[in-house]
Design a protein around this ligand. Structure first.
Ligand SMILES: *Cc1c(COP(=O)(O)O)cnc(C)c1O
Length: 419
């Protein structure tokens, strides 16, 4: 790096080491991806120097004409990628997925209000009501679950909703390998007069590519990260209806306005304008036919990987996958999720250990691992490589010559470089 190498070789070396690690390992963490060089350039641009508290044309600082244009462009591109009309407001300022969810809850709920979300050990996110997270401390989460087969138990969602009358029902997960039936959720939310919120952080890229049904015909609010399958910089988007009203004190305002107010001044100060520009760049990329092909390939790759692992006796939660993600209970192979994660890492295959539904062990030392294909698909790998990856994984988990597996992983990485 031109400047860093000279002024701060210590950090430059660390960055170089991380780049080397990324290029010499197979990243199967389903929430990770590889942002383009264009995204990185926008992220590293002089937009990082600006303060722009407020919203376009309503800033608290001078000098924001360019920033206004950047923010409006990001909003317009977000609508285009997800095929939305002007009835959807788009907030591009939430700093990441967790603060985006926080902003949505604070707009729709009061402290102590009930909301419904998926059980965390079955694939829900920390911000969906974990007792150690703000979401579980300030609000009252009611958790629905998956069936023993590992798919959302919609009958349970309905009966819990009828009994508990939550103010908000949340769908969208962090470790769920199947298609979500948003229409069913909507009909339940409507029946109990709850808001319906979708957190599509993991599947946003698939929704953009049209390989997962869109939540937009059904939801009141949709949050997403921009750095997972959407392949942008770290960041978030919050979509909310402009034509649905909410009472704030004595006044009625639109959901979109309530969300904007919740982000700023409710939770944050100045937005990260360099990040907004990088999100705009990623959204332009996501609107291309190449990105649609990318989304299609992510799912094909996940299905190929799942089929190969299945064939080698791995127990997949729900039996397979419809999306980018696979959850494997590895205990029938005589290892825990942690042991599998460590052996795989030694071989240069990076995964994360994960709980499985009805987890008999602990979140820190769970029964499973979670894998996904967004990153390998960005590198250009296809079904053939997925079969090879499955076999490399199996040999590493069985500790069958890990150093040989490591060499084969390296040679696969060299054939599909990180751009
Ligand atoms: C990743 C994720 C988040 C949080 O995003 P951060 O950017 O890590 O704060 C929220 N919800 C879901 C479903 C996620 O998968």
């Amino acid at each position: 790096m031109k400047y860093l190498d000279k002024t701060d070789p210590q950090v430059a070396r660390l960055v170089a080491r991380e780049m080397k690690r990324q290029s010499e390992t197979l990243d199967l963490i389903p929430s990770e991806n590889i942002a383009s060089k264009s995204v990185m350039e926008a992220l590293g641009s002089s937009l990082t120097n600006k303060y722009s508290e407020g919203y376009p044309a309503k800033r608290y600082y001078a000098g924001n004409a360019v920033i206004d244009a950047v923010e409006l462009l990001a909003q317009e591109r977000a609508r285009k990628v997800f095929r939305l009309g002007k009835e959807w407001g788009v907030n591009v300022q939430a700093l990441s997925g967790a603060p985006a969810n926080m902003a949505a809850y604070f707009a729709l709920l009061k402290p102590g209000d009930k909301f419904m979300a998926l059980q965390l050990t079955s694939g829900g996110h920390l911000t969906h009501g974990d007792p150690v997270n703000f979401s579980g401390r300030l609000f009252r989460p009611i958790h629905y679950n998956v069936t023993k087969k590992g798919v959302i138990d919609y009958a349970m969602v309905r009966s819990l909703a009828r009994r508990e009358r939550p103010k908000l029902i949340l769908a969208g997960y962090t470790a769920y390998p199947r298609t979500i039936d948003f229409a069913k959720f909507k009909s339940i939310a409507k029946e109990v007069k709850a808001y319906f919120m979708v957190d599509m952080a993991h599947i946003a890229g698939l929704v953009a590519a049209g390989v997962h049904p869109s939540p937009f015909p059904y939801a009141d609010v949709v949050t997403t990260t921009t750095h997972k399958s959407l392949r942008g910089p770290r960041g978030a988007l919050i979509f909310s209806r402009r034509d649905r009203m909410i009472k704030v004190g004595a006044k009625e305002i639109s959901l979109a306005r309530a969300i904007d107010r919740s982000v700023f001044p409710g939770l944050q100060g100045g937005p990260h304008d360099n990040q907004t520009a990088a999100i705009a760049v990623a959204l332009k990329e996501a609107a291309t036919p190449a990105f649609t092909r990318y989304g299609v390939q992510i799912v094909k790759n996940a299905k190929a990987l799942a089929a190969a692992l299945n064939g080698m006796g791995y127990e997949l939660v729900s039996g397979g996958t419809d999306n980018h993600l696979i959850l494997i209970d590895v205990t029938n192979k005589g290892v825990t999720g942690r042991v599998a994660q460590d052996r795989l890492e030694e071989a240069g295959i990076v995964v994360n250990r994960n709980t499985v539904p009805y987890e008999p062990r602990s979140p820190f030392d769970p029964s499973g691992i979670r894998i996904g294909t967004p990153s390998l698909t960005t590198r250009g790998m296809k079904e053939r490589e997925m079969r090879q990856v499955a076999s490399l994984m199996d040999r590493a988990i069985r500790e069958e010559g890990i150093s040989k597996v490591r060499k084969e992983v390296l040679s696969l990485c060299r054939k599909f470089p990180v751009q």
